[in-house]
Design a binder for this molecule. Structure first.
Ligand code: FE
Ligand code: FE
Ligand code: FE
Length: 262
C-alpha cells in the first residue's frame, strides 16, 4: 500500500510535493511522539495485567481441588491455618519435651526455667485453641518436622554430654534456644498475618505468645552468660564422654515428645 502511494506521488507536480513531503515527514514524527507514550503505556499494560492475572491463575487451578472441602477461603487464610496447625503440634510436643529437658539439666535455675516454660506452653496451646475457635476451625495439629528435628538434636546433645555437668546445661540452653527461635519466627509471622487479615484478636493472642518466647530466649541467654558458660569452661575434659547419661530418662525425647495428630 505505501509503496504504491510513493510511486504515484513523484509523477505529480514536483513543486507541490515539497511542502507535502515536509508535512508528510513531520507528520510521522509528531505521530511518533504522540505514539511514544502510548506505546509505553501499551507495553506496561500487559505487564500489569499479567501481574494481576498470576494469582488468579493459581486460584483457578486450585479452586476445583478445594471446592469440595473448603469454601470462601483465600490462599493466605489457608497458609495461616496450616501454620497454626504446625505450631499447635509443636507446642503440644514441647509440653512433653520441656519437663524432660528440666530433668536432664544440672543447675537448679535451668531446671526451673524449663519447668516454668512448660507451664507457660500450656497457656500458649490454649491461646492457639482460641485462635482456631475464632476461625471457626477445629483445633488440630499437623506434625511439625522442624520440631521433630530440633528435638532429635536436643536428644543427641544430651547424649553427648555428661549428666551433672555445666557443659550439659550449655548444650541444653543451645538446643532450647534453637526451639525458641523457631517459635519466635513462627509467631512473628502469624501475628503479622493475623493483623494483615484484619483479625486483631488473633494478632493479640499470637503476639502475647511471641513475647513469652522472646522472654524465654532472653532468660536462657542470661543463665548462660551469668555463670553456666563460665563454669562449663572450668570443667575441662572431665565430662568428655557423656555416655553415662544415655541409660536414664533422657533418651528418645523425640519419641516421647511426639503428639498424636488431631
Ligand atoms: Fe511455645
Ligand atoms: Fe513447623
Ligand atoms: Fe517456647
Amino acid at each position: 500500500m505505501a509503496t504504491n502511494k510513493k510511486a504515484a506521488v513523484p509523477k505529480k507536480a514536483a513543486g507541490k510535493q515539497a511542502p507535502q513531503k515536509v508535512a508528510a515527514k513531520q507528520a510521522p514524527k509528531k505521530a511518533a511522539e504522540k505514539q511514544a507514550p502510548q506505546k509505553v503505556a501499551a507495553k506496561q499494560a500487559p505487564k500489569k495485567a499479567a501481574a494481576k492475572q498470576a494469582p488468579q491463575k493459581i486460584a483457578a487451578k486450585q479452586a476445583p481441588k478445594k471446592a469440595a472441602a473448603v469454601s470462601n477461603e483465600s490462599m493466605l487464610e489457608k497458609l495461616f491455618l496450616d501454620s497454626l496447625r504446625d505450631i499447635y503440634w509443636a507446642e503440644k510436643s514441647l509440653i512433653k519435651v520441656l519437663p524432660r529437658l528440666s530433668k536432664a539439666a544440672t543447675s537448679p535455675e535451668l531446671q526451673q526455667s524449663f519447668q516454668e516454660h512448660a507451664a507457660q506452653t500450656e497457656g500458649q496451646v490454649t491461646r492457639l485453641e482460641q485462635v482456631f475457635e475464632m476461625l471457626g476451625k477445629k483445633a488440630q495439629g499437623v506434625k511439625c518436622e522442624a520440631m521433630v528435628g530440633l528435638t532429635k538434636e536436643a536428644e543427641s546433645m544430651i547424649s553427648e554430654t555428661k549428666r551433672g555437668t555445666e557443659t550439659r546445661d550449655v548444650a541444653l540452653i543451645m538446643a532450647a534456644q534453637k526451639v525458641e527461635h523457631y517459635e519466635i519466627a513462627t509467631y512473628g509471622s502469624l501475628a503479622t498475618l493475623a493483623a494483615q487479615m484484619g483479625n486483631s484478636e488473633a494478632k493479640n493472642l499470637l503476639g502475647q505468645t511471641l513475647q513469652e518466647e522472646k522472654n524465654t530466649d532472653m532468660r536462657l541467654t542470661q543463665l548462660a552468660e551469668s555463670n553456666i558458660n563460665q563454669q562449663a569452661e572450668q570443667e575441662g575434659n572431665e565430662g568428655e564422654q557423656g555416655q553415662e547419661g544415655s541409660g536414664d530418662d533422657e533418651k528418645n525425647l523425640s519419641k516421647e515428645g511426639e503428639v498424636e495428630e488431631g
